[in-house]
Design a protein around this ligand. Structure first.
Ligand SMILES: Nc1nc2c(ncn2[C@@H]2O[C@H](COP(=O)(O)OP(=O)(O)OP(=O)(O)O)[C@@H](O)[C@H]2O)c(=O)[nH]1
Length: 295
């Protein structure tokens, strides 16, 4: 689905979410495990401040396992329940119930003190576009369930998916919009494919991705493109590193046969290939950002 980021759309999404939040106990916040900070909107912390929270690091099949652990520890240190999942394959789903209990411990305790026993936890899924909300709902609740709310004109009011005696899920996810705090956030969101590629410069994206990979996962370049990294130019000099990025893209083009008739590299094609290799995980599991260390 292609989204247009205009204020009217955002305001509407935010208002809808604020209404829905009143109905629930728990927010299940999906973030992209490849860039958990850039793919969340911290406004949710304000909007959902009185609600329990479970953060799901989705697409963890594509992210670096060590980074997943670092992010889990980071979000736990902020007081959230956290779980790595793969909504597409269903990996991690079995552990969700336990995490829901963990996140809602206070609510369950409060209910018990008031003599309310076994009141189901009501939850909503929230996240930015393309983070995997629908896939998660389908996979978690089962395809048949998630579709019941999808009948225009038939459905009135809110649809709840009863997952078990203890948990009900609002069938419409809350849409958050990304927060472009700085250029790096926008770049990471573009790299994971959560923005329309048409408006972006694929060559520039591929160049900065290649530099990032060369610095952080050099073995991936060797494995996928048979490139051995020449460290010349990696001395922090912007001009030099741009030069080496171009050299990298050129080498990728040569290695994968992205060449024009005369043998010149076809950069556009090579760039598209690098982006696709990254997004599909063919370059290996990678994470674009790590939690910031507290000073
Ligand atoms: N590799 C991988 N892909 C996933 C995972 N979860 C979802 N996807 C893919 O990510 C893409 C987006 O998933 P959706 O479920 O449509 O995301 P959404 O958040 O509902 O998107 P919007 O409807 O745009 O808000 C789809 O191509 C999914 O197959 C996952 O855990 N791993």
């Amino acid at each position: 689905m292609v989204y247009q980021w205009y204020p009217g759309h955002m305001t509407k999404a935010r208002r809808a979410m604020q209404e829905d939040i009143k109905l629930i106990d728990l927010i299940i916040e999906l973030v992209d495990a490849r860039c958990p900070q850039s793919s969340r909107n911290p406004d949710i912390d304000e909007m959902g401040k009185n609600k329990a929270r479970l953060i799901l690091l989705n697409k963890s099949d594509l992210s670096d396992p060590a980074a997943n652990r670092a992010w889990t520890a980071y979000f736990e240190s902020l007081g959230f329940a956290v779980l790595e999942i793969n909504a597409r394959s269903g990996a991690g789903m079995k552990a969700i119930q336990g995490k829901v209990q963990e996140a809602c411990r206070e609510k369950i305790e409060r209910d018990r003190k008031r003599g309310i026993l076994n009141r189901p936890v009501r939850a909503m899924v929230a996240g930015i576009p393309n983070v995997g909300k629908s896939t998660f709902i389908n996979s978690f609740a089962g395809k048949a369930c998630a579709k019941t709310g999808n009948k225009p004109g038939v459905t009135k009011g809110k649809q709840w998916i009863r997952l078990n005696k203890g948990l009900e899920l609002l069938d419409t996810p809350g849409i958050l919009w990304p927060k472009f705090e700085d250029q790096a956030v926008g770049e990471r969101l573009a790299l994971i494919g959560s923005m329309n590629d048409e408006i972006l410069n694929r060559e520039e994206m591929a160049l900065s991705l290649l530099v990032f990979i060369g610095e952080n996962y050099p073995e991936a370049l060797e494995k996928r493109y048979q490139l051995t990294l020449d460290t010349a130019g990696a001395d922090g000099d912007a001009q030099a590193s741009l030069h080496s990025a171009l050299a990298l893209l050129e080498a990728v083009c040569k290695s994968r046969g992205c060449l024009k008739k005369g043998g010149e590299p076809e950069y556009e094609k090579g760039a598209a290939l690098v982006l696709d290799d990254f997004r599909s995980g063919r370059l290996g599991r990678m994470t674009l950002e790590l939690p910031k260390k507290e000073a």
